[in-house]
Design a protein around this ligand. Structure first.
Ligand SMILES: *Cc1c(COP(=O)(O)O)cnc(C)c1O
Length: 346
């Protein structure tokens, strides 16, 4: 960029680089925690009136989710992916943000985009919250928002429920429990607690259960907070096709539930398969991915690509670690076989 233009750009934006989801193409794609099971678009949806703006309030989806999650329609807010909700919430509240590390990168990226400070506290050696250090950090830094991905991306574990409750009860920050992977876990959701704690916010997304292309996330919070965040939401953020298709697919809970059960079964098989390979240490997961540790992560990552398999290289965040998404049974068999061969040859 020419230096004449540079002076117009805010310093916090100048310091950033655009998020790059990566451009490596492999036949077996296990890098982004997507579902291996997509959905067909029914013919009827072709009748959408393309000349009309979408329903700004997403009434159909709102009523459906309000009933299925047992929350009030006024306790729901939709985002173009839950990424957008992180953006809207930080825009609304402002102030210093806290998250554990390693965790989902967007909490920190969006904080910096919005010129808000982000403090991070390392997870303990079981990848759980270091509650004492977090409480101290909240006290010392006037933290306004605490983002917790539980189950946590990229470690896969859920955080101790009591520790999360301690953060809600012993701080006066807004605590966001990001349940992007809740559907794959057998652990209780925090949604029912939203009525009890006015500073609790729960995030959900349809992205990990086969609808990433639609970009639909939602937050559950007190009507008062929803009302404030709704002021910064862009009016037509969820397009008509996404709203109608999501509603149609969610109504067929038999297919959705069977896809999710299948992924959970594949995850258990993947975990025991990884355990059997010498030199591989998988970490238990409540999500649709597994983090695993190897001796030579960079080499193995590259060798997998040479075999047309793409995983996520986390070596620069957690030493020696790669993250593999749970795919179809076939994909898991191929992945385990290739990984085994790579490690035998090493
Ligand atoms: C994938 C992911 C999201 C992203 O959700 P979108 O709805 O696709 O924007 C949010 N939170 C966590 C922890 C994730 O891993």
């Amino acid at each position: 960029m020419s230096s004449a233009l540079q002076r117009f750009i805010k310093p916090n934006i100048r310091a950033l680089s655009a998020y790059d989801p990566g451009t490596i193409n492999c036949k077996i794609k296990l890098d982004a925690n997507e579902s291996p099971y997509g959905f067909k678009i029914p013919q009827e949806l072709l009748s959408i009136e393309t000349n009309r703006y979408p329903d700004s309030k997403a009434q159909g989806l709102r009523e459906f989710l309000s009933a299925s999650l047992d929350v009030l329609p006024s306790e729901l807010l939709f985002g173009n992916g839950s990424d957008e909700l992180i953006y809207s919430l930080i825009t609304t509240v402002g102030g210093t943000v806290l998250s554990p590390t390693p965790t989902f990168s967007m909490y920190s990226i969006i904080s910096r985009t919005l010129d808000q400070q982000i403090k991070t506290v390392p997870l303990d050696n079981t990848f759980d919250l270091d509650i004492d250090l977090m409480l101290r950090t909240v006290q010392d830094n006037d933290i306004k928002l605490i983002f917790l991905s539980s189950p946590n991306n990229p470690t896969g574990n859920s955080f101790d429920r009591k520790k999360i409750l301690t953060l809600i009860e012993k701080t006066d920050a807004i605590v966001i429990v990001d349940e992007a992977y809740q559907q794959f876990s057998d652990i209780e959701s925090f949604i029912p607690l939203v009525k009890k704690y006015e500073r609790l916010v729960v995030f959900r997304t349809l992205s990990k259960i086969g609808l990433a292309a639609l970009r639909i996330g939602f937050m559950i919070a007190s009507p008062e907070l929803i009302n404030e965040v709704n002021k910064v939401r862009l009016p037509f953020n969820i397009n008509s096709l996404s709203q109608d298709l999501a509603l149609r697919i969610l109504k067929d809970d038999v297919t959705m539930n069977s896809n999710i059960s299948e992924i959970k079964i594949n995850r258990e098989n993947l975990f025991s398969g990884l355990l059997k390979i010498k030199g591989v240490k998988p970490y238990p997961s409540d999500a649709n991915f597994i983090l695993f540790k190897v001796d030579n992560a960079e080499m193995i990552y590259k060798k997998l690509i040479e075999n047309d398999i793409l995983v996520r290289n986390l070596n620069s965040h957690i030493e020696g670690c790669l993250r593999v998404t749970v795919g179809t049974r076939y994909e898991m068999d191929v992945f385990l076989e290739v990984l085994n061969k790579i490690l035998i040859k090493e």
